[in-house]
Design a binder for this molecule. Structure first.
Ligand SMILES: Cc1cc2nc3c(=O)[nH]c(=O)nc-3n(C[C@H](O)[C@H](O)[C@H](O)COP(=O)(O)OP(=O)(O)OC[C@H]3O[C@@H](n4cnc5c(N)ncnc54)[C@H](O)[C@@H]3O)c2cc1C
Length: 340
């Protein structure tokens, strides 16, 4: 059981900046995200694309913005609980009890939901045998590529992730890239490189094929693929990887008894509190008259929600507004040298 002042759900840009605003006013936050890294949509959907409307930064990429936000909260030594989804929230006296699908439990008077468009989850194979081998021989993400060293790996998918991993793993493993269409929809240079590697016999490509079954006893031993005419082929393999993109699911958030308006959470714009005391919603997931789904709006929402969290986290203290430029206590929290 982890006790904290604020549990932040979602490590997208808005959740990250909320952690900064909480840290500046002396509150401790823990962060949970379903993805295996911080950054939300910026890192998952457009890491290389330029953003032109972050105040004071004429141009940055999704990835560099996230890196800046992560660097900015470094002084607060925040714990990130990644790769897990917040599943349940229940009231326990004056606190909220929050549980993830990996059975981690938090106790906190405040919860800030910065869940964006919901939790990102990989699209999966729709055959039963894939479920049986999930995380044993069938994977939808890669944590350590060396796990596949000198093995035979079948990669399914035609987008950037499938192509990038086929290229990367071809350096250390025997790779077969399988896609249901003849054309790949990943970046042009990745498609060209994959075709080049095929010519050099460094990658095998099978199109248009889909998986029809995955076979094996305790581990994957082979797969059967079939084409559009029903013609099948058996391929011996050690691992099966599926990269079919991500689903964005509101998921368990819909079950927490919060008011919802078209899959968004209505908030009071004075403090971004939801219909439950101590539960706040900021960023893309919240709605109010005039809401703009922009990162800069989410930053403002996080700043106000953080101040509102203070009341419940420190009921016997009075919140004092201070500028970061001149506040000694803020400088101490940030670990900056004394400025006279
Ligand atoms: C292609 C593209 C270009 C864009 N360009 C711009 C731009 O130029 N300028 C701009 O301002 N905005 C832009 N946006 C919009 C911007 O990315 C979003 O407004 C911003 O990402 C919202 O941030 P967020 O932190 O609210 O949510 P997200 O970035 O969606 O992050 C939410 C996080 O919460 C996690 N999560 C959700 N539910 C749970 C749960 N139950 N448990 C655990 N984790 C959970 C998710 O996994 C996710 O990581 C763009 C968006 C796209 C798709």
């Amino acid at each position: 059981m982890i006790k904290t002042d604020v549990l932040v759900i979602g490590a997208g840009p808005v959740g990250l900046f909320a952690v900064h605003q909480l840290g500046v006013i002396g509150l401790k936050a823990e962060v949970v995200d379903n993805l295996d890294k911080a950054g939300g949509q910026c890192i998952e959907l457009y890491p290389d694309k330029p953003i032109y409307d972050i105040p004071g930064i004429p141009e940055c990429t999704g990835e560099s913005l996230v890196q800046g936000l992560v660097d900015q909260i470094e002084p607060f030594k925040t714990n990130f609980h990644l790769d897990q989804r917040v599943q349940e929230i229940s009231k326990e006296k004056n606190n909220w009890k929050i549980t993830t699908n990996k059975n981690k439990t938090f106790i906190s008077p405040n919860v800030i939901i910065a869940g964006g468009v919901g939790s990102f989850e990989p699209k999966k194979f729709s055959i039963e045998s894939a479920e049986k081998f999930e995380n044993k021989g069938v994977f939808y993400s890669i944590k350590d590529k060396n796990f596949f060293k000198n093995k035979k790996v079948c990669i399914f998918g035609g987008g950037d992730s499938a192509l990038d991993w086929a290229i990367e793993l071809s350096k250390i493993a025997e790779v077969i890239l399988i896609h249901r269409r003849n054309e790949f929809k990943g970046a042009k240079h990745s498609t060209e490189l994959v075709r080049k590697l095929e010519k050099e016999s460094k990658i095998k490509i099978k199109t248009p094929f889909q998986v029809s079954s995955i076979e094996g006893q305790d581990k994957v031993s082979s797969i059967i693929i079939k084409d559009d005419n029903g013609k099948t082929e058996k391929i011996k393999t050690d691992f099966v990887l599926g990269f079919f993109g991500l689903l964005m699911k509101l998921g368990p958030i819909a079950e927490w008894g919060l008011n919802l308006d078209k899959k968004k959470i209505p908030v009071n714009t004075e403090n971004f509190q939801t219909n439950k005391e101590g539960i706040f919603a900021i960023g893309d997931i919240c709605t109010y008259p005039g809401k703009l789904k922009l990162i800069l709006s989410g930053f403002h929402e996080g700043a106000l929600a953080a101040r509102a969290c203070f009341k419940l986290a420190r009921p016997n203290e009075k919140y004092r507004f201070e500028f970061t430029t001149t506040s000694k206590s803020v400088h101490e929290r940030l670990g900056v040298k004394k400025i006279d």
